[in-house]
Write a protein that binds this ligand. Structure first.
Ligand code: PLP
Length: 470
């Protein structure tokens, strides 16, 4: 990054994008010119709500038609175009829970949700009941959540009104959303699926999406796994429990009143590619080939392939204790391959229909080279074990968020209640969430991350965290 020191943003972006870095990260268009719009002269197409272009806050013409076309494809009752990412969708869905059931409503949720869900708890005075998924052995990767587990929670806590689950996870692990929806619907519980990483699900070869599996509200990040511009997302709704009219009003409160027509066009175009299945058959067969070559030829590193329902678009490479994932990421970067995420025990390369043969082949060759260059076992497995944290919750997130707070250095925070969400980003799942108590295990883990190449949100430059005042 030193080369960029004196460059302003536009130049920095130009220099980087004109170099030969290949993106194994979002957005799913992969900067592939085959998926560009308007011959790239974007500024010329940046308009506002002029006659003939409808208004996303009150769609009645072209934008309504586009939304209706998408919902008809999924067979659901409503689709909303979103221009401020899945975050806007998550905040709106959780605000609907508040609007329908009131403050202090209990929400059952995976403790591996994205931080937008925790923020929504605070903004809407909702009370979480956390489910902690198990880990796949020796991996640091979380399993899916089972329908039986959900059923047990709903039986124990009959006042739960909504469930929020991330499926697939960043690593591509899916929960059985059909079985979970059935269990929840028997009790009238609304099922919200953060399917941010699953906009491509249901396409040829991939597992089915949660919209067609009967969940109530499903949020798709188009920019993550389809050829769409950053920030584009959609929310699909199956009528029954969710109040669609109210949800529409909430979404228009959370979205900008000036949604970009470039983003909306990109969203609609990506949906067309998905709905027509353009390129998916070929993408899936290339992906299968890449996966089998990695599976068969890596000897020290390995390809993560769980037995559960899995999204094969995620190429997760396990480092098996030979090195930290951040080290593997930097070795790939030195060979101009940019990945989506590194964790102590693995890296994630995101693929999409926008990937090229050249990209896949570069990834394969570089991984084989690195694999062959590994001579000795490392001692990085300990970090994977350390990542199994379960901090105790003491305050409701909304109460800790609203309480008087103070800064303390991380090491002095043992026993104190966290007043923010502290996440390694990506994936943005809090290691300790608002209202949870710092213990020595959490502090050790956070200290490791702070002193390594990972980006930690929630710890300031002086190494301080925010805690609830005594
Ligand atoms: C599981 C999950 N949900 C929600 C989000 C937020 O999505 P966005 O960046 O589109 O707002 C992310 C972001 O990476 C995510 O990983």
């Amino acid at each position: 990054m030193e080369d960029y020191d004196f460059m302003e943003l536009e130049n920095r972006l130009k220099v980087y994008c004109e170099d030969s870095y290949y993106p194994f990260h979002m957005p799913g268009h992969k900067r592939n010119p085959d998926f560009s719009m308007f011959g790239c002269k974007m500024g010329c197409y940046d308009i506002t709500e002029i006659p003939g272009f409808d208004n996303l806050a009150n769609p009645s013409d072209i934008l309504k038609e586009e939304q209706d076309r998408i919902s008809a494809f999924y067979g659901c009752d409503k689709t909303f175009l979103l221009v401020n990412g899945c975050t806007g969708g998550v905040l709106s869905a959780m605000a609907l829970v508040y609007a329908m059931y009131g403050a202090h409503t209990k929400v059952l949720m995976g403790r591996n949700c994205h931080r937008s869900v925790y923020n929504a708890l605070c903004l809407n005075n909702l009370i979480p009941v956390y489910m902690w998924p198990e880990y796949f052995e020796n991996s640091g990767i979380l399993c899916g959540i089972g329908a039986d587990e959900v059923k047990d929670f709903l039986n124990r806590e009959p006042d739960i009104k909504a469930l929020v689950i991330t499926s697939p996870t960043y690593e591509g692990v899916l929960s059985d959303m059909n079985a979970i929806a059935k269990v929840c619907h028997e009790k009238g519980v609304m099922v919200i699926v953060d399917e941010a990483h699953g906009a491509h699900l249901g396409a040829e070869g991939f597992p089915m999406d949660s919209v067609r599996l009967g969940c109530d509200i499903v949020i798709h990040g188009l920019h993550k796994t389809l050829p769409a511009l950053t920030q584009t997302a959609v929310m699909h709704v199956n009528a029954g429990i969710a109040d669609i009219g109210l949800l529409g009003r909430i979404i228009s409160m959370y979205q900008t009143s000036s949604p970009s027509y470039i983003l909306m066009t990109s969203a609609v175009k990506a949906m067309d590619i998905y709905m027509n299945g353009t390129g998916f058959k070929e993408y899936y067969s290339r992906l299968k080939k890449l996966r089998s070559e990695l599976r068969e030829n890596l000897t020290k590193l390995s390809l993560f392939e769980p037995y559960e329902i899995y999204d094969p678009s995620k190429i997760v490479i396990m480092t098996n204790g030979y090195m930290d994932g951040a080290k593997l990421a930097s070795m790939l970067r030195a060979r101009k391959l940019e990945i989506e995420m590194a964790a102590p025990g693995y890296i994630i390369c995101m693929t999409s229909v926008g990937d090229t043969n050249e990209g896949f082949s570069r990834l394969k060759m570089v991984l084989f080279d690195i694999d062959a260059s590994i001579k000795e076992a490392g001692s990085h497995q300990r970090l994977v074990e350390m990542s199994h944290l379960r901090p105790r919750i003491e305050f409701a997130p909304c109460d800790a968020f609203a309480a008087r707070r103070e800064r303390v250095v991380l090491r002095a925070a043992v026993g104190r209640i966290c007043a923010s969400n502290i996440c390694v980003y990506p994936p943005g799942v809090p290691m300790i969430a608002t209202g949870e108590v710092f213990d020595s295990k959490v502090i050790d883990m956070l200290s490791y991350y702070v002193n390594s190449p990972y980006e930690v949100i929630g710890i300031d430059k002086e190494g301080c965290v925010e805690v609830v005042s005594r």
